[in-house]
Design a protein around this ligand. Structure first.
Ligand code: 0X9
Ligand code: ZN
Length: 310
């Protein structure tokens, strides 16, 4: 079964969603199959939150993880946080407020084929991309975080299938991205926040990632991002940087971060890059719970900001 002391296979994550839904039917509202991966796995969107007594709409936050296969801490942290919000609803006032104020939409693994491949053999551990067999090439997979249809290929992406930042032959060449995009577009205009979890740089990235332009909400995204990482750092002292991808990391076009803000109305769009601590992508599993606890505090700050504004 599911725990947060080990990294689990995709099927265990799916069973965890089912068991959470059957144990907390009032809080886990829906588990929707949003489509199949290239290799035929089912992708799911979980909706959690306490419905309002008056039936009125709550602001929504969409969260996903593991669009990059090897960043195992991302999905582990995300499932930990969702599990905490749901199972501690009665006992933890922070969890209760998050569930009362926000509708949460969660895709625990945005690239299940790549994730499973990274588990399948020790030599595969650092696989990043999808697993589609590219036409006209013997190289497999595409960087799904370069494959969205906003400023596609303008920076930090290549047209060489062998490379780790291969953007695909055209936007949405990856079926997994089609499913995520359609799921998120169906939630417009409810979704005001998007958190796409990655690792490993201890950064809280904000748009735009494609270039150095400032978004119209830059100041607010910086302010809320700083408040979020202040709350995160307060837990264990782990430092996080906040800024646009070009300012503190590098330019990268075609990712979830920019697309969600530009095309899905998610004003508060962030890409958290979780714990590194010198381990890079191969973070030991005893880091899952601390990462989950500290990141939960940051997500709470984002939720409060969105609740107050909308
Ligand atoms: O390169 C990436 O996709 C992300 N870094 S990682 O080490 N996890 O691969 C940063 C992406 C930031 N930009 C966008 N989301 N567009
Ligand atoms: Zn990543």
């Amino acid at each position: 079964g599911m725990t947060w002391t080990a990294y689990h296979r995709y099927s265990t994550m799916v069973s965890w969603m089912d068991s959470l839904r059957s144990r907390y039917p009032d809080l886990v509202n829906e588990k929707v199959m949003i489509g199949k991966t290239y290799e035929g796995r089912n992708m799911y969107l979980l909706k959690v939150g306490k419905p309002r007594a008056d039936g009125k709409m709550k602001p929504g936050i969409y969260m996903d993880a593991n669009i990059h296969a090897r960043e195992w801490i991302a999905g582990a942290t995300l499932t930990f946080m969702v599990n905490k919000m749901v199972t501690e609803y009665e006992t933890n006032s922070t969890a209760r407020r998050m569930m009362n104020e926000i509708d949460w939409y969660i895709v625990p693994s945005a690239n299940p084929d790549g994730y499973e491949y990274s588990h399948a053999a020790p030599n595969n551990r650092l696989w990043r991309k999808t697993r589609r067999v590219n036409p006209f090439s013997t190289d497999t997979g595409c960087d799904a975080n370069r494959n969205f249809d906003f400023k596609w290929m303008v920076a930090g992406a290549v047209q060489t299938p062998r490379e780790n930042t291969y953007a695909g032959a055209f936007p949405y060449s990856e079926i997994e991205n089609v499913h995520v995009t359609e799921a998120l577009l169906a939630l417009v205009p409810q979704v005001k926040g998007m958190l796409s979890f990655h690792s490993a740089a201890q950064m809280w990235l904000l748009p735009w990632a494609y270039g150095y332009e400032r978004s119209e909400d830059y100041d607010e995204l910086m302010r809320v991002g700083r408040a979020a990482t202040d709350a995160l750092t307060a837990v264990y002292g782990i430092p996080y940087e906040v800024g646009t991808a070009p300012d503190i990391l590098y330019r990268a076009a075609g990712g979830t971060l920019d697309w969600a803000k530009a095309k899905a109305g998610a004003k508060y769009s962030y890409t958290p890059e979780l714990r590194d601590l010198g381990f890079g992508f191969v973070l030991p599993p005893n880091q899952i719970i601390p990462s989950g606890l500290e990141t939960f505090e940051a997500v709470n700050v984002i939720a409060q900001a969105i609740f107050e504004e909308f």
